[in-house]
Design a protein around this ligand. Sequence first.
Ligand code: IPD
Ligand code: CA
Length: 251
Amino acid sequence: MEKLIHSVILEAGDIALQFRSRLDAIQVTKKGAKDLVTEADIAVENHIRSRLTAATPEFGFLGEESPETEGKTSRWIVDPIDGTHSFIHGQYFWSISIALESKGEISHGAVYAPLLHELYMAEKGKGATRNDQTIRVSDTIDLASAMVGTGFACLRAELGDNNLERFCRIALRTMDQRRFGSAALDCCLVADGQMDAFWEQHLNLFDVAAGALIAEEAGATVTDFAGNPGLNPEAVLITNGEILSEMLELM
Ligand code: IPD
Ligand code: CA
């Protein structure tokens, strides 16, 4: 599976980069008031779906931009471009995310950031890598020294219970903060120690299925905002473990 995922995600990156080379000409449509999608998202997902379903016809497929197809025991979970808004504006922080779920558990994950030339991969129980090099979370032990990241899917969905007050609370207690615009990549930045924690509410499974496995395999904690173990896309908290308890007090 690893070789299949590796080949397909690199091919998908090349397709995305071809569209990026003519950004001013690509079609952009609105899925919601603050939720854009491009023909690049669609083309990338179509390629990934075509390759993966040809290789594993008995597997289901859950992609952000197309109707789900059911499988027997396994399914692919795909975000063709995570950080579409960044992509549209010609920015660097967007990624392609492919996860494989088998019997309800994420067994394989890959997140590829083509413009950063970074490919993160993980298999359950076998660790996590960036460009084939093993990665581990940071050893930051106190919140006051921490670099943390978040996102605002809640604002896109115009939720009343949003992340703004929580962000201010945490920003006042941490060294520095980032909002990169790709939740899949945010998870990987905790996995390789570039950030000490990431949290976001109101995500979708395809945004974080691969990134959460990569982070967990690199030694991160994956919980909801109350500290319950496991991936809950509605309330994702990923930390290096050392600062989990301090983060939970502020969530
Ligand atoms: C988005 C990114 C962003 C997050 C949004 C997601 P998309 O994914 O992950 O970081 O804050 O909520 O929707 O929509 O570009 O695939
Ligand atoms: Ca997407």
